[in-house]
Each structure stands twice: as structure tokens, then as C-alpha cells.
Write a protein that binds this ligand. Structure first.
Ligand code: MG
Length: 285
């Protein structure tokens, strides 16, 4: 049988080449299996391509279901109709959806429609658990500037309680690149510094795909992050090379196998950072 490599395809006639492609998916066993499988058929009226078994431009909705209709929020950043709203600014929403890391009532407080970190209260975490997801969260570092570097407006948004998108007042406040606002802490600096000033509300929009592990606990697919900071792309499908935990001045934690779904959490780093308008949409892995 003719192997459908590019060089072989050039040597044979188009008809034979197409037969060869139909006989075998384009993706070989050595290729990334997360890529779609593409097959091509030649018919009287032209080429018929199939991506993962679904015909391109398929009009039969039983074979290619239409995307469901989601009503977007009235303003950009407002929760769409299918979002899980984790904080809407109310005390009720805070108490219903958030706890300390042991599942008890958090000592964080609600101020002016925001959840505010309280020194010594520890991390706050969502009662609901999530894996791969889209997350919208807004935050503000203290209007009154205190400290510098990592000591100024430090908090963090953790996906699955493990993978930190740094929250820091990075407006005219220099620190190491992979520790500034929008960094995947210790692993990946943001593409640009899109920070607003102290006390101003800022947004993170995050597309997160969780890591996968095998039965032995070895990572088989690493986590990916796409992050927009105030609408500006700062992590572009970044593949996370491991954990983001502190492991000394120049080291980050490794991947460690964990459950498929875990809480979203925010850090108490001793600074009164505020959060509001938190919502999540679950995604397929
Ligand atoms: Mg932090």
C-alpha cells in the first residue's frame, strides 16, 4: 500500500493519492492525538472532507448539532445566561458560594459589593468545584498604596486551588516578570503589562484546560491557560510546565496528580485586595 506521505502523494496521480488518503487518516500514530482526524473523499461534485467524522458544511443537524443559544450579558463582563455566578456582590452570594479552605465560614469580608481579603484569614475558595472552565473575575488592589514589589496588592486567583494567576499591583511597581500581575506564577510572565492603577477595577478572563493524569499520577496532558487582562491578551494558550507553588526563591512546584474538579480559590497574601463579579462556565476537557 502507498503510504500517504507528502512526498509519495507528489509521485502518484491525484486519483490514487485521494484513494490513499481515504484509506488512512492523515494523523499518524506519532502525531498529537489531540489534533482532529481529517479524511477526504472524492465524489462526482467535488471533495468531501470529514473532520473527526463530521462532514464539512454538514446541514443535517442530527449529524452536526447547532451550538446552543446563549444570551450574552448586557455589558461585556456581565455573566451570560449559562454561567455559574459565584459572586454577584451580595452578602448572600458570598456566604452561599465561598468558604475557607476547610469548608467553614470565611473571615474575608464584603465591602461595597466586593469580597475583600483579610490578613490572616487564609485563602477563600468556591464551594463548587471546577475543572476546565472559562472564568471571569474582577479585582482591585488597594487604592492606598503600601509596600512594593511582591508586597503591594498581592493576591492570586487559583484554578483548581493549584494554578495561580498572579494578582498584584503591577502599576509602576517592578518585581520579577513571572511574579507580576497576570503571570502564571513562577512559570510564565504575561505578554504585556496591562495593569490599571491602584484601586481601579481590573478584569481577568481566563480559558483554562486542566491537566490530565494517568493512574500512576503522571501528567499525560499539561494544563493550558489563555488569559485576557482588562481585555488584553496576556497568556496565549500557554502550556503550563508544572505547578505554580512557591518552592524557594528560584523554583516552582511540580505537577502533582489531583481530582478532576477542585475549588477556585483566591489568596490571602496580607493585602486587602478586592474581588467582584465572579462567574464560571464549565468547558469540556
Ligand atoms: Mg499571589
Amino acid at each position: 500500500m502507498i503510504k500517504p506521505t507528502l512526498s509519495n502523494l507528489k509521485k502518484v496521480s491525484p486519483a490514487i493519492a485521494l484513494t490513499a488518503v481515504v484509506a488512512m487518516p492523515v494523523a499518524s500514530a506519532h502525531e498529537d492525538l489531540t489534533k482532529p482526524e481529517i479524511k477526504v473523499e472524492k465524489k462526482k461534485d467535488g471533495l468531501y472532507m470529514y473532520i473527526d467524522g463530521v462532514k464539512v458544511h454538514e446541514t443535517d443537524t442530527t449529524k452536526q448539532p447547532l451550538p446552543k443559544v446563549v444570551t450574552p450579558g448586557a455589558a461585556v463582563g456581565a455573566p451570560p445566561s449559562d454561567a455559574v455566578v459565584l459572586f454577584d456582590g451580595s452578602e448572600k452570594s458570598f456566604k452561599e458560594n465561598w468558604s475557607d479552605t476547610k469548608g467553614g465560614a470565611s473571615k474575608w469580608k464584603t465591602v461595597d459589593g466586593a469580597m475583600e481579603s483579610v490578613r490572616g484569614a487564609g485563602y477563600i475558595q468556591s464551594k463548587a468545584k471546577f475543572g476546565s472552565c472559562q472564568l471571569h473575575i474582577e479585582w482591585a488592589s488597594p487604592a492606598q498604596v503600601k509596600g512594593n514589589g511582591q508586597g503591594r496588592g498581592n493576591s492570586g486567583v487559583f484554578l483548581m486551588g493549584n494554578y495561580e494567576i498572579q494578582v498584584l499591583d503591577s502599576f509602576k511597581n517592578q518585581t520579577y516578570a513571572d511574579g507580576q500581575a497576570g503571570a502564571l506564577y513562577g512559570r510564565s510572565k504575561p505578554l504585556v503589562n496591562a495593569s490599571r492603577g491602584p484601586g481601579e477595577w481590573q478584569t481577568y478572563d481566563v480559558i483554562f484546560h486542566r491537566p490530565l493524569f494517568d493512574k500512576e499520577g503522571k501528567v499525560t496532558r499539561r494544563a493550558t491557560f489563555t488569559v485576557l487582562h482588562n481585555g488584553v491578551l496576556i497568556q496565549d494558550h500557554t502550556i503550563l510546565s508544572g505547578g505554580t507553588g512557591w518552592r524557594g526563591p528560584h523554583a516552582a512546584s511540580d505537577y502533582k496528580a489531583h481530582a478532576d474538579k477542585l475549588p477556585i480559590s483566591m489568596q490571602d497574601h496580607g493585602n486587602p485586595v478586592r474581588f467582584r463579579n465572579v462567574w464560571v462556565r464549565e468547558l469540556k476537557d
